[in-house]
Design a protein around this ligand. Structure first.
Ligand SMILES: NC(=O)c1ccc[n+]([C@@H]2O[C@H](COP(=O)([O-])OP(=O)(O)OC[C@H]3O[C@@H](n4cnc5c(N)ncnc54)[C@H](O)[C@@H]3O)[C@@H](O)[C@H]2O)c1
Ligand SMILES: Cc1ncc(CO)c(C(=O)O)c1O
Length: 310
């Protein structure tokens, strides 16, 4: 199983730095490109931080890995073997960036996108050679969540899917191959959970603190160890039939974003990035909460690595 010697990450916002640090630790020379010099400067710091978190997880650090930053896309793509596009989730922007990448790389270079759910086949229409194009959906934070959704589009060559699976395994992550569907699998499951959680809080059935306690220490903790399909076996399929027969029709089925979210956004409350969202944060609270989350993810990942993969 071999990794590309040189890989390029296009877009160095929330996701790019952790992706770069993960590949570099496995031995790849990673080039990071962004149109924004400010984003590149921030990315240098967050890539170093992600690398320090990877040190806490432990495990092998392969020789030869490195991360360099460039505001010149031709420099970032020169000699590359593998490209990951991680620019904002806007179809037209992604299409134009993909076409730009295609014009600067060799014919055998795989181009992957970290889109959260835009159909791969639609994005691939921007390329003259869509057979080399594939979805590679990392989960945030990408240096900590060791699972990647691999989504071939209708035009993706089978050999490209095979190679991406090989690459993901080579840096020690779990690849999940999926057929193309809106939102892909991870976000379909996550957004089903989030829709019900937000509805329960908005309707005043439970406080948000109590909801977070319920999910973190109840199903969150359990699902980290036992996947939903095996949980059905653990509970008994007959129990699922009995409960789902009266409960499924009661679950939230709204198709619009709930007002508690849209009203918060209108008030400038976006979450950690704006210093307040569902919760309020005083000075220093966001950094403390982020550190707490990283410590928890490092500890849980270490614990889970001693269990069976499925
Ligand atoms: N944030 C998440 O939790 C998350 C998780 C999984 C997947 N994703 C997906 O990953 C992608 C990137 O998300 P993000 O959260 O890192 O976005 P972001 O907005 O934090 O960062 C995007 C970066 O792309 C840069 N950029 C914009 N136009 C560019 C161009 N033409 N060329 C090069 N760089 C350009 C921006 O300057 C910015 O630094 C999106 O498709 C998103 O849906 C995000
Ligand atoms: C709420 C939410 N939405 C999208 C994504 C990524 O596609 C994530 C994530 O954590 O990766 C998320 O939490």
């Amino acid at each position: 199983m071999s990794l590309p010697a040189i890989a390029t990450v296009i877009g160095s916002g929330t996701m790019g730095p952790g992706i770069a640090a993960t590949l570099a630790r496995a031995g790849t020379q990673v080039r990071v490109y962004d149109i924004s010099d400010e984003a590149l400067a921030r990315a240098e710091k967050s890539t170093a931080f992600a690398a320090s978190v990877l040190d806490q997880i432990g495990g092998d650090s392969a020789p030869g890995g490195s991360v360099s930053f460039s505001s010149d896309i031709a420099v970032a793509l020169d000699g590359t073997e593998f490209v990951i596009e991680a620019v904002p989730e806007k179809l037209e922007l992604k299409k134009s960036v993909l076409a730009q990448i295609e014009g600067l790389v060799g014919a055998d270079v795989i181009i992957a996108t970290n889109t959260s759910g835009i159909p791969i086949t639609t994005m691939g229409e921007a390329l003259g050679t869509p057979g080399r194009f594939i979805g590679m959906h990392w989960s945030n934070p990408p240096h900590l969540i060791p699972m990647i959704e691999v989504i071939p589009g209708e035009a993706t060559d089978a050999a490209v899917t095979d190679r991406l699976v090989e690459i993901v395994k080579a840096f020690g992550y779990h690849p999940v191959i999926e057929n193309e569907i809106a939102g892909f699998v991870e976000n379909r499951v996550l957004y089903a959970i989030l829709r019900e959680c937000v509805a329960l809080v908005q309707e005043g059935i439970v406080t948000q603190e109590a909801l977070d306690t319920c999910v973190k220490w109840g199903i969150g903790y359990k699902l980290a160890v036992v996947g939903p399909m095996r949980l059905l076996d653990m509970a008994g399929l007959d129990i699922y039939q009995s409960v789902s027969s009266y409960l499924n029709k009661e679950l939230d089925a709204s198709t619009e974003t709930p007002s508690v979210i849209t009203e918060s956004i209108a008030a400038g409350r976006l979450g950690f990035k704006s210093g307040g969202g569902m919760y309020d944060y005083a000075e220093g609270d966001v950094d403390a909460k982020r550190a707490d989350i990283v410590a928890g993810l490092v500890a849980v990942r270490k614990a889970l690595s001693a269990t069976t993969p499925v």
